[in-house]
Design a protein around this ligand. Structure first.
Ligand SMILES: [Zn+2]
Length: 290
């Protein structure tokens, strides 16, 4: 069973206006709006041969202050396609006590399996002690947290999302399963450093296509993680849909598996066994906490 662990959904009225404006300026909004509808996501999964998708909003702070409505939206998608969608909660780092309450609702009433945090968009440092009650809740209830790491949009500050900040979190919460989105792009060495130190840190592979096309950047990232941390064993397949299609992500990984070796070596960057772990086993493992 193939799971795409990083899929964005949304409705215009709940998304941050700056992000919507960003896509409108590129004449891409009509296309994106269709793609992130429940049917749009299902059609992308079907086209790509992906069984299930982990879903959460495209942006994380609606302007009307009712951020819990974003979780209700995710729950609506899951209710429409319960066999295909796995819901991840969002929280509000400016309202931590409310966030812990909301996590209880998301876990017990909405059936969500994890949490997505975007420190750059939500403007908090991912190692901020004020967030520890959220991390404690997730550790106690076996909910993995997917952290955005590395580069984000021009309107957001990347200082909040540096992967090295998660070194502190992993040290304090050794049983909290954390997934660093994008393998820390482009801080692959820092991602490798923390993956080597902390076995509770995983990473997702999405949005590492770079500016030159092909799979060169993805190969470089995978090579760093493999050589320094043996971290390829703890990667999760992800597309960052609608930014990229799951089919493209799977094709890229498959191409690397079949055609690319480590530098000065005949060993593949991704072995057959690792490919299976990335595309099928690891996501199930962290979601079921086994
Ligand atoms: Zn994303």
């Amino acid at each position: 069973m193939i799971i795409d662990s990083h899929i964005h959904i949304g409705k215009e009225e709940l998304l941050s206006p700056d992000i919507v404006a960003f896509f409108k300026q590129k004449n891409a909004w009509e296309d994106i709006r269709e793609k992130i509808s429940p049917e749009g996501v299902i059609s992308a999964l079907d086209r790509s041969g992906v069984d299930k998708g982990v879903i959460f909003p495209l942006t994380f702070m609606p302007t009307n202050g009712n951020w819990q409505a974003m979780n209700d939206m995710t729950a609506d998608y899951v209710a429409l396609y319960p066999q295909r969608f796995i819901g991840f909660a969002i929280v509000n780092p400016k309202q931590v006590a409310e966030s812990v309450k909301e996590l209880e609702r998301c876990r017990t009433q909405l059936g969500f399996k994890g949490v997505k945090l975007h420190p750059s968009m939500q403007e908090f440092f991912s190692n901020s002690e004020s967030m520890f009650p959220v991390y404690q809740y997730c550790q106690d209830h076996h909910m993995p947290i997917l952290f955005h790491t590395g580069a984000s949009l021009p309107s957001h500050s990347d200082k909040f999302s540096h992967p090295i900040l998660l070194d502190d979190v992993a040290a304090k919460f050794p049983d909290l399963k954390m997934v660093i989105a994008h393998m820390g792009r482009p801080y692959y060495q820092d991602a490798a450093l923390i993956m080597r130190k902390h076995v509770n840190i995983y990473a997702d592979v999405c949005a590492n296509q770079g500016r030159v096309g092909g799979t060169t950047l993805l190969e470089m990232a995978l090579t760093w993680l493999k050589i320094y941390a043996d971290g390829v064993k703890r990667l999760l397949f992800a597309s960052d849909y609608p930014v990229f299609d799951p089919k493209r992500g799977l094709d890229d990984l498959d191409f690397i598996r079949k055609n690319r070796c480590l530098p000065n070596s005949n060993d593949p960057i991704i072995s057959d066994e690792e490919y299976l772990a990335i595309t099928e086993k690891n996501c199930t493992k962290i979601l079921l906490d086994i």
